[in-house]
Design a protein around this ligand. Structure first.
Ligand code: FE2
Length: 307
């Protein structure tokens, strides 16, 4: 093949092909809520957001002694969504709009804070008393300007209702929290196009996920070591890998000689490309709107929790 032919075929592969890796970051350990340890790939000092995503926290995995489980008591949110996905443990949720919910392993809570809620996220039931294994994730998804002041909305989906699919070779399974994978569509509705998938890949398996090339896309390794993107970059437990916008397929492989299942979250979304003004639990478009959020919170306009 001529040089020109090679260049053309390379371009063709790229246009409809596999995305390459644009960066890998490690998590920073930090304390949240009443003092529970989280691993946080972002935001960090050098990496504040990944439009439309504002934060990802991994809680645990850890073994908690009796009475040791901690949560995040009453605190506000405005202007974005919090998505909680529990893998182990038992959490209870209450808020200033009179809403209450419970999260058990495999369950997802997609809370659209919109104009504002005050909520508490605390350990529940037997788990709060006796402890045990705790593991979960919280993702913050930014809202477009038009939705920042919308009425709060909850979608609580128990594990049994989260669509799951397995590849033809039986090596890849996926839980479809948002978007679509291996022919299964999510039941959760998102305000802007979002993909949130939990892949479990056995040794020798490969996930090939369609992700529109305009979306920002990243994967977070929950457990194991995998090969990511067109170049097969090696990424391990606790690291986040970002993909370039140079194709419409994300490839994740667990090498055939791997000892364990590769456990990965694959998350992608259409960028909002709007200004971000951010202060703790408030994420708006301007500093004036942030000042308003702080004032509304101080004046009790986001309500209080009736316990
Ligand atoms: Fe919260």
């Amino acid at each position: 093949m001529s040089m020109v032919g090679e260049a053309l075929s390379d371009l063709e592969t790229r246009a409809g092909g596999r995305r390459t890796v644009s960066g890998v970051v490690g998590s920073v350990e930090t304390l949240e809520g009443e003092g529970f340890l989280v691993r946080r790939p972002f935001p960090q000092a050098s990496f504040s957001e990944f439009d439309p995503f504002l934060l990802l926290d991994e809680m645990g995995p850890m073994e908690l002694a009796p009475g040791e489980a901690k949560g995040a008591p009453d605190h506000p949110h405005r202007g974005f969504e919090t998505v909680t996905y529990l893998l182990a443990g038992d959490m209870e949720h209450k808020d200033s709009r009179g809403h209450a919910g419970r999260l058990r392993p495999g369950d997802v809570q997609w809370m659209t804070a919109g104009a504002g809620v005050i909520h508490s996220e605390i350990p529940a039931g037997e788990f709060a008393r006796t402890g045990g294994r705790m593991h979960g994730f919280q993702l913050w998804v930014n809202l477009p300007q038009r939705d920042k002041m919308m009425n709060p909305r909850y979608q609580e989906i128990p594990n049994a209702q989260i669509p799951k699919a397995t590849s033809a070779d039986g090596l890849v399974t996926v839980s479809v929290i948002a978007g679509e994978a291996i022919g299964k569509k999510a039941v959760i509705e998102t305000r802007t196009p979002i993909i949130y998938l939990h892949y479990r890949i056995k040794p020798g398996g490969t996930a090939r996920q369609e992700v529109p090339s305009t979306y920002n896309a990243f994967a977070y390794v929950v457990d194991g070591v995998g090969l990511f993107g067109a170049e097969g970059e090696r990424v391990e437990d606790g690291q986040m890998v970002m993909f370039a916008q140079d194709g419409d397929e994300v490839r994740i492989e667990n090498p055939a000689d791997a000892k364990a299942t590769l456990d990965v979250l694959l998350i992608a979304g259409m960028p909002l490309s709007e200004p971000v003004a951010r202060y703790g639990p408030f994420v708006m478009n301007t500093h004036t709107e942030i000042r308003q959020a702080i004032e509304d919170y101080r004046l009790g306009r986001m309500g209080t929790i009736n316990s």
